[in-house]
Design a protein around this ligand. Structure first.
Ligand code: ZN
Length: 318
């Protein structure tokens, strides 16, 4: 099977809060000037990628996961566990919260809940996100939601390029206007909307809220995850640990020259967010550049990277 990276064709999603940065920053061919999401690595039913090279070219990543599991190290699971997206928030996203696996399975009949994390690629000066809340008890949370005391309830945090946030299921969150992030998440599309700034959509209606579910799944009180962003300096490639969590590990690779040789026991998901380079396997050379998304399959021989680039790299810990 594959002795080369599996390159994926991104899937784009138009959103009422989306903009044009996916074209401006990544030169993607976006469907409209309200494009909110690029699903770079996805086997989710709502937007699976097409494979662009190798023996499975033209098939979807979902088919590859189902029919050729050896490339994924024979990892168990009904669905590819992770999903990688790039988001462009021209406007504020709704304030939301996601369930954990148990709640998703019992109440939604879905395989996975959603723990996610964000690497801030770029943002406007002064841009903010909502990350957590200030309620100390569940009763207080419920009262603040019912009374619409959003300024009191929602915890706002200023963001800068290069910031990283780990957002476990149960965390109230929202990406704010003027922020572009790379999101690594469990492969799930279950979102409970808590507050939508009372916005009215094109059809003249407000989008649906899911207050009962939100109140059930929100962690109270909010706990700020402690992250230890340590870097290892290797010749040609600096690896910075972003998060080691139950569901996934995520690191940032900063390539400047030629990396040591690698081989992994797990399949690895890679998104290039800056620069360009090559993946060298034996005497093959595969060019990668800002905006490329690919999987390094476990069937691939040892490889090296060469070039000048930044990549967000992840793997499943399940
Ligand atoms: Zn989310």
């Amino acid at each position: 099977m594959y002795n080369e990276p599996i390159f994926l064709k991104p899937v784009f999603k138009e959103r009422i809060w989306g903009g044009t940065q996916l074209h401006e920053l990544f030169n993607y061919d976006i469907p409209s000037d309200q494009t909110g999401e690029c699903w770079g690595i996805s086997a989710h039913a709502n937007g699976p990628n097409e494979i662009m090279n190798g023996p499975l070219a033209g098939k979807t990543l979902t088919e590859a996961w189902e029919e050729n599991r050896e490339q994924f190290g024979d990892q168990a699971g009904e669905e590819l566990p992770l999903l990688v997206k790039i988001l462009d928030a021209k406007k504020d996203l709704s304030v939301q919260v996601h369930p954990d696996d148990t709640y998703a399975q019992e109440k939604e009949n879905e395989a996975y809940g959603k723990t996610e994390c964000w690497y801030v690629i770029d943002c406007e000066e002064g841009a903010e996100i909502v990350f957590g809340h200030h309620a100390t008890t569940r009763e207080e949370l419920q009262a603040m939601v019912e009374n619409g005391e959003w300024d009191k309830l929602l915890r706002k945090v200023k963001v800068h390029p290069g910031d990283f946030f780990y957002v476990p299921s149960g965390t109230i969150h929202a990406i704010g206007a003027g922020v572009q992030i790379l999101e690594t998440q469990q492969s799930s599309d279950i979102t409970y909307r808590v507050y939508d700034y009372d916005r009215v959509g094109a059809d003249g209606n407000k989008r649906e809220l899911h207050l009962n579910e939100s109140l059930e799944v929100t962690t109270v009180p909010h706990e700020d995850p402690q992250l230890n962003r340590e870097s290892s300096k290797d010749k040609g490639l600096k690896e910075e640990s972003l998060v080691k969590a139950d569901y996934f590990g995520v690191v940032l690779w900063e390539l400047h020259g030629r990396s040591p040789q690698f081989r992994f026991e797990k399949h690895i998901l890679v998104s290039v967010i800056e620069g360009k380079g090559m993946v060298k396997v034996g005497n093959q050379r595969h060019a990668v550049k800002k905006g490329s998304h690919f999987i390094l399959p476990t069937t691939m021989a040892p490889f090296e990277l060469e070039g000048k680039a930044k990549m967000v790299v992840s793997w499943s810990n399940k």
